[in-house]
Write a protein that binds this ligand. Structure first.
Ligand SMILES: [Fe+2]
Length: 395
């Protein structure tokens, strides 16, 4: 018998201006002394003041830990635990893109660890179910969906591995999802994070772990993201497009948190870890080729996704709908300026020599095992080689 589980934050505030309600949300949850986890850009640009001002106005004392880095590392998480222990905090607020949110989650998990335990002790297949303090997430991109997931991704600096850490300890208690924070996100980041969201919804939908609950989220996410990604990229001030993308990103997070990601994410993490390619961009580099790889095995689901995304009429046969999906993913990459790994400047020799390790790390994450077509290491290496120079994918 298959048992389906469903997890979600206890409370989500979604909509323009919702950030102003953060103090009331904290009060409702009985929380009064947050440590705000963010990055130097959020502080330097003054963006963090949009979160700190309503807290200060409500008389909520807070401190800021702003040392998070893109692709969060275990060493930054260690420093965050030290900062946490230096004050009398009763919660963490992750403010920013996926990296600050994931750092806040990892700090909460590590702070609850036994003496001597390291963050790597919590990576999958372990289950990270305990957190020292509740985490509230406030995303500023649309996005990783981390505000709604039971996952955090942290790089092990000893091995350059992007560790997937999963469990209730990584599930935020609550989140505030305010699309007005995304108006200043530049087009490149809008594209990368938006394709990441689309990949979450699509992978959750085709995953072996898909279920009726995750399908609802995935379909709603694809319906919002598919017609609005190009609009948000081309017109950053388009409030309707930004709102749709933000809601879609959170829905996509709920989708994969209750299903899983699959081969795209499994292969994407090693590219990010070894070559410091932004997460959404490495997903985008892989999405068409990996979809082509699994298309036949997962055809009914990919075809259904194409229909949900408005790429095929209701009566279109699966084969044609699947082709429409592939062409759309290629068109998105072209129109949103997604480079191949080669055009991104990744050295061919180093890329080639790392392929066996990257394939091993992709498989170890467990994500490829949920793909409609489960690859062997050799097939993963072949896919890495195929995407290196870009170009059209067959099917
Ligand atoms: Fe992702």
């Amino acid at each position: 018998m298959t048992i389906t589980t469903h997890v979600a934050p206890r409370k989500l505030l979604i909509g323009g201006g919702s950030l102003a309600k953060l103090p009331a949300l904290l009060a409702e949850l009985g929380l009064a002394r947050p440590l705000v986890v963010t990055d130097p850009w959020m502080v330097g640009s003054g963006t963090v003041d949009r979160l700190l001002a309503p807290l200060a106005a409500a008389g909520v004392p807070s401190k800021v830990f702003s040392d998070t880095v893109p692709d969060p590392t275990d060493t930054v998480v260690d420093a965050g635990v030290v900062a946490l222990r230096e004050g009398q905090f009763d919660c963490l607020i992750g403010f920013g893109g996926g990296s600050p949110m994931d750092t806040a989650k990892a700090i909460a998990i590590l702070a609850a660890a036994r003496p001597g335990q390291r963050l790597r002790d919590f990576k999958v297949p372990a289950s990270a179910d305990r957190a020292a303090l509740p985490v509230i997430c406030v995303p500023t991109t649309a996005g990783t969906g981390s505000e709604a997931t039971r996952f955090t991704i942290v790089t092990d600096t000893a091995s350059d591995e992007k560790m997937l850490i999963a469990g209730l300890g990584a599930l935020p208690l609550a989140a505030v999802v305010d699309y007005e924070l995304t108006f200043s996100v530049p087009p490149r980041v809008t594209a990368d994070t938006g394709i990441d969201s689309l990949a979450h919804a699509l992978e959750a939908y085709v995953s072996a772990r898909a279920n009726s609950f995750s399908d609802l989220y995935a379909e709603a996410a694809m319906r919002l993201i598919a017609p609005n990604l190009r609009r948000a990229y081309a017109a950053p001030q388009d409030a309707a497009a930004r709102a749709a993308m933000m809601e879609g990103a959170t829905l996509a997070g709920l989708a994969f948190s209750n299903s899983s990601v699959a081969l795209v994410h499994g292969m994407s993490r090693p590219i990010g870890a070894h070559f410091h390619v932004p997460h959404g961009l490495s997903n985008a580099m892989l999405l068409p080729a990996v979809t082509a790889f699994g298309l036949e095995a997962g055809l009914p689901r990919y075809a259904a996704a194409a229909r949900v995304m408005g790429l095929a009429e209701a009566g279109t046969p699966d084969a044609a709908a699947g082709q429409a999906l592939l062409r759309e993913l290629e068109a998105l990459n072209r129109e949103l300026g997604v480079p191949s790994p080669r055009d991104h400047g990744i050295d061919a020799g180093r890329y080639d020599s790392l392929l066996p390790l990257m394939a091993e790390q992709a498989l170890a994450s467990g994500s490829p095992g949920n793909n409609p077509r489960v690859p062997q290491a050799e097939e993963i290496m072949a896919l890495y080689r195929q995407v290196y120079a870009g170009g059209p994918v067959g099917a």
